[in-house]
Design a protein around this ligand. Sequence first.
Ligand SMILES: [Zn+2]
Length: 289
Amino acid sequence: MLQQLTPHTFFMAHNHDTDRPALGLIAGEHASLVVDSGNSPAHARSFLQGVSSLGVAAPRYLALTHWHWDHVFGAPEMGLITLANRRTQPHLLRMAGYTWDDDALARRVAQGEEIAFCAENIQKEFGAQRAIAVQGADILFDETLTVELGGLTCQLIHLGGEHSEDSTAVYCPQEGVLFLGDGLCQEMFHGAWSYDLADYRARIDKIKDLPCRFYVNSHWEVQNADEFAAYSQRLISLGELAGESTDPADTLERYRRAHGCDPDEETEGDLLSFVYGNRKRQAKESGRQ
Ligand SMILES: [Zn+2]
């Protein structure tokens, strides 16, 4: 089931059970563009069934927000002209040569090429029979790509950042909708999930001048402009409070002094994400000296 955001944009909500991300649709007069292909052929089929009942122009393009499995495993099932950042392609071609049975997943987790969170969700989404195919994209871009859909345009904008260097946002200026993929998420492939404040700010700076009514993050609820501004400002404030600290206890004490209470669970998690980000950055810096 797709939900309508604006007259010409729709999305299918995310589902944490098997880490299915939200998928988007921008429907022009002549063609529609799909944002992300889903985490399996079944996910892609369920999305396309929802699209067919909308009575909009048929999907012609698929824009991939980044290479992570949950965004690309549905692409062969969709069979659309696939658009991706140039940085996404080597990852797709690398994964096209992988096998996905339990042994192969366990080996890649042990080697640090994959994380247990993704391996577990792949096992849950596909069950024991895993016919997984990954294919390269058809059209590649470096920083931006504009797609004409008839009466509407889409802009693919390279966001980059610590979650995935190839992160791409999909913007529809006429509708004021920005599909962010995981572009504002934490770094999650090297130890504790973390934020680097400078990196987060750089990502926000790239999108802050785009007029938007709605922001669609792949694994969170849709946010309107006020909710998005409050959310990102809150994260930045937590990052500023953490400062350069690499000590969770010291940072939590700083929070208590500033706010006169303990942080709630979500706030504590976000605050400590910046502490872990500081640890990773300092480890990297000392490795360079
Ligand atoms: Zn991701």
